[in-house]
Design a protein around this ligand. Structure first.
Ligand SMILES: Nc1ncnc2c1ncn2[C@@H]1O[C@H](COP(=O)(O)OP(=O)(O)OP(=O)(O)O)[C@@H](O)[C@H]1O
Length: 616
C-alpha cells in the first residue's frame, strides 16, 4: 500500500495525459449493441414523442389565449382543449415510460455483452497484462466501467436525442411562422452550447487525474480489505487506514475540482437555455409596435418560444458525466484492443514430453532481466526440481513452460516443439500447473477437484483424491466430498490441505506434464509427508517440474537444477550435489539445520516453567 505502488506504469499509461474521447462510448455501442439497435431506435422515437406531448399543453395555452383575445373562446373549446392537454400529458407519460423501459433493456443487454466480451478477452491476454495493474483493477474494468454506459444508453441517447430533435423540429416550425421571432427565440441557444463546450473542456483536464485517483482508491480499498489479517497482526490498522483514507480523499478532491470546473459554466448553460424570453419579449413588442406581427404570433413565441428549449436542460447532467463515461469507455475499448496472447492454434503430435530450455532469457514486462540464458532439459517420465535462494528465478522459469509469460530470447520446447508453436488449447491440455497458493473456488470439494476434468465420475474424483493423499481429511469432514469450501458458512482448509486438493485436481486432469510450485509454508510434518507422497503419485509416468522449497521432498528427484540470480549454477542428483560442496550443499545444510532447530524440544511451544528448565 506504499505510495510507490500507487501508480503502476499501466495505470499511468491508461489515464495520464489523455483527454476524454467523447465518441468512445458510441463506438463501443456500435460494436456491442448490434442486436438491440432497433430497440434503441424505438426508445429514441418514443422519447421524442413524449417530449412533443409535453409541448402540447403549452400549445393549448397559446391556442386558448388567442381565442380569448379574439373572442372565439367557448366553453366547448375550453373543454376540448383541456381534454387534448390531458390526453397529451398521459400519452407523454406512457411514451416516456415505454422509452425508458426499452432503453434500459438495451443498456442492460449492452452491459452484459460488454462484460462477457471483456471476460472472454481478458482470459486470452498474457498474464503480464494483469501484473501491471493494481489488485481490483481488472475487476473494476469488468464490473464498474461497463456499468457507467448505462447513463449514455438508458438516458443520454433517448433523452438527449429526443430533446435535441424536438428542439430542432419546433425551431423549424417557428421559423416557418415568423423567421424574425424564431431568430430571437434561438439566439441564446448557441451561446449556451458554447458555455457547455467550454465546461466540458475544463472538466476534460481533470479526467486523467480522476481516473488515476479512482484506480488508486479502488486498489487501496481492495488491498486494505484483503490485507486485513496482516494489518491486524502487526497492529497497523491506523497507518493502513490512513493510506486508504488518503486515496479516498484524493478521489473526492478530484471530483470536487471537476465539479468546480463544470458547475459555473454548466449553470450558465441552464440559465441561458431558460432565458429566451429576455430576447423574445423586446423583439416581439418592437415588431408588434411596427405592425410587423400580430398579437397571436407574439403570444405564440412568448408562450412556446420561451418554454420549448426546456428539455435541453436534461443535457446539463448528461454532459457533466459524459467525460467520466467516456474515460470508462476508453478503458474498456483499450482492454478489448489489447493484443491477446499469440496463439498458433495448431495441434501438433508430440513424440515425447521432454521440456527443454534453450538459451532462455526472460524479464517481466519492461523490467530488468531475471533469467540470463538458461539451458536445461527435463526428460519425459522424470522429476526435475528447481531449487535456489529466494528470488533466484525458480517460479519465473517454471511459469515459462505453460506460457504464463513468453521468453525474451531463446526458447522453451515441449517434445521438441517451441511452446509458442503449440496451440494454447493443446498446451493447456498437455500441462497441469499446481500453484503455490492453490486457488479453490466456492463450491464443494468434489466440484473443486472436478475442475481438472468436468466429465470425471465420482469414483474418478475419489481416486484422484486418494492418490493426492487428500482422501483422509476429506472423509473426516462433516459432509465429505460434498463439503462446501470458502465463503459464508463454508469450511476453510489449511494450506497443506488446499495444495493436496490442487494436486488431486492435477491428477484428475491427467496431463502428461505437471509443473508444481511447491507451497512454502507447511511446517506440520503430517501434512508435509502427505504432500511428499502426493508428489510421488503425480510423478508416475509424467514429466514433473517441481519448484522446491523443502529440500527433503525432492531427495529422490532425477535431477536438481540449482539457480542463483537467474542462472543455473549446479545440476545433478542430490548425492552428486552434496558431494560437490557448492551452493546446493550450503542450502541443504541451512535447510537441515532449520529443520533440526524446529524439532528441538526447547524450541517447541512449552509451558513457562518447562521452558525455563530447558534453558537451564
Ligand atoms: N510479477 C513479477 N513482476 C516483476 N518482477 C517479478 C515478478 N515476479 C517475480 N519477479 C522478480 O523476478 C525475480 C525472480 O523471482 P521468482 O519468483 O522467479 O524467484 P523464486 O526463486 O521463485 O523466489 P521464491 O523462492 O521466493 O518464490 C525476482 O527478482 C523477483 O523480484
Amino acid at each position: 500500500m506504499s505510495d510507490a505502488a500507487e501508480c503502476p506504469a499501466a495505470v499511468k499509461q491508461a489515464g495520464a495525459e489523455r483527454r476524454p474521447d467523447y465518441l468512445a462510448s458510441f463506438r463501443l455501442l456500435l460494436r456491442h449493441a448490434a442486436g438491440v439497435r432497433l430497440r434503441l431506435i424505438v426508445a429514441v422515437l418514443l422519447a421524442t414523442l413524449s417530449v412533443l406531448c409535453e409541448l402540447v399543453p403549452v400549445w393549448v395555452v397559446w391556442r386558448l389565449t388567442v381565442a380569448v383575445i379574439d373572442g372565439t373562446a367557448t366553453q366547448a373549446l375550453f373543454a376540448q382543449q383541456a381534454v387534448l392537454a390531458l390526453a397529451a400529458i398521459l400519452a407523454g407519460y406512457a411514451a416516456l415510460t415505454a422509452a425508458l423501459a426499452q432503453s434500459h433493456i438495451v443498456a442492460f443487454q449492452v452491459i452484459h455483452d460488454l462484460r462477457m466480451a471483456l471476460a472472454r478477452h481478458l482470459a486470452r491476454l498474457p498474464l503480464g497484462w494483469f501484473a501491471g495493474r493494481r489488485s481490483g483493477g481488472a475487476k473494476a474494468l469488468v464490473i464498474d466501467e461497463p456499468e457507467k454506459l448505462e447513463l449514455i444508453v438508458a438516458h443520454g441517447i433517448p433523452e438527449g436525442t429526443s430533446a435535441v430533435a424536438t428542439w430542432l423540429a419546433v425551431s423549424l416550425w417557428l421559423f416557418a411562422v415568423d423567421w424574425r421571432m424564431a431568430l430571437a427565440s434561438v439566439l441564446l441557444t448557441p451561446v449556451s452550447f458554447i458555455l457547455m463546450a467550454r465546461a466540458m473542456t475544463r472538466t476534460g483536464r481533470f479526467v486523467a487525474d480522476y481516473q488515476r485517483a479512482g484506480e488508486r482508491m479502488n486498489g487501496a480499498i481492495v488491498e486494505y480489505l484483503a490485507g486485513m489479517p496482516v494489518v491486524k497482526i502487526f497492529n497497523r490498522s491506523g497507518e493502513s487506514f490512513a493510506g486508504t483514507a488518503d486515496a479516498v480523499r484524493a478521489y473526492t478532491n478530484v471530483e470536487t475540482a471537476m465539479g468546480r470546473a463544470y458547475i459555473p459554466l454548466g449553470s450558465g448553460f441552464s440559465a441561458l437555455v431558460l432565458s429566451n424570453i429576455v430576447v423574445i419579449l423586446p423583439v416581439g413588442l418592437w415588431l408588434l409596435a411596427a405592425n410587423a406581427i400580430d398579437l397571436p404570433t407574439l403570444l405564440l413565441f412568448v408562450i412556446l418560444g420561451a418554454t420549448y428549449s426546456q428539455p435541453l436542460l436534461k443535457l446539463f447532467g448528461l454532459f457533466q458525466q459524459l467525460a467520466q463515461v467516456s474515460i470508462a469507455s476508453m478503458a474498456v475499448a483499450d482492454a478489448l484492443a489489447a493484443p491477446p496472447q499469440p496463439d498458433s492454434g495448431r495441434r501438433i503430435e508430440l513424440p515425447n514430453r521432454d521440456i527443454v530450455f534453450e538459451g532462455v532469457r526472460f524479464g517481466y514486462e519492461d523490467g530488468p532481466e531475471v533469467l540470463h540464458g538458461i539451458d536445461a532439459t527435463a526428460r519425459t517420465g522424470t522429476v526435475t526440481a528447481l531449487v535456489g535462494p529466494s528470488g533466484s528465478g525458480k517460479s519465473s522459469l517454471a511459469a515459462l513452460v505453460p506460457r504464463f509469460h513468453d521468453v525474451r530470447a531463446g526458447r522453451v520446447t515441449l517434445g521438441g516443439v517451441d511452446v509458442r508453436d503449440i496451440g494454447l488449447d493443446q498446451l493447456m491440455e498437455e500441462i497441469a500447473f499446481v500453484f503455490q497458493d492453490s486457488l479453490l473456488f466456492s463450491g464443494t470439494i468434489a466440484e473443486n477437484i472436478r475442475f481438472g476434468d468436468a466429465r470425471a465420475t465420482d469414483e474418478q474424483v475419489r481416486a484422484a483424491a486418494r492418490a493426492a493423499r487428500a482422501d483422509g481429511f476429506i472423509a473426516a469432514l462433516p459432509d465429505g466430498y460434498a463439503t462446501r469450501l470458502g465463503g459464508r458458512g463454508g469450511v476453510q482448509l489449511s494450506g497443506g490441505e488446499r495444495q493436496r486438493i490442487a494436486i488431486a485436481r492435477a491428477i484428475l486432469k491427467d496431463a502428461p506434464v505437471i509443473v508444481l510450485d511447491e507451497a512454502t509454508a507447511f511446517a506440520d510434518p503430517d501434512s508435509e509427508a502427505a504432500i511428499q507422497e502426493a508428489i510421488g503419485a503425480l510423478a508416475r509416468g509424467r514429466t514433473l517440474l517441481v519448484v522446491a522449497h523443502r529440500l527433503n521432498t525432492i531427495a529422490d528427484a532425477d535431477q536438481i537444477l540449482v539457480l542463483d540470480r537467474g542462472r543455473i549454477v549446479e545440476s545433478g542428483r542430490q548425492e552428486e550435489l552434496l558431494a560437490r560442496n557448492g551452493l546446493y550443499a550450503r542450502l541443504w545444510a541451512d535447510y537441515t539445520e532449520a529443520q533440526a532447530l524446529a524439532l528441538r524440544p526447547d524450541r517447541r511451544p512449552c509451558a513457562l516453567n518447562a521452558c525455563v528448565d530447558a534453558a537451564e
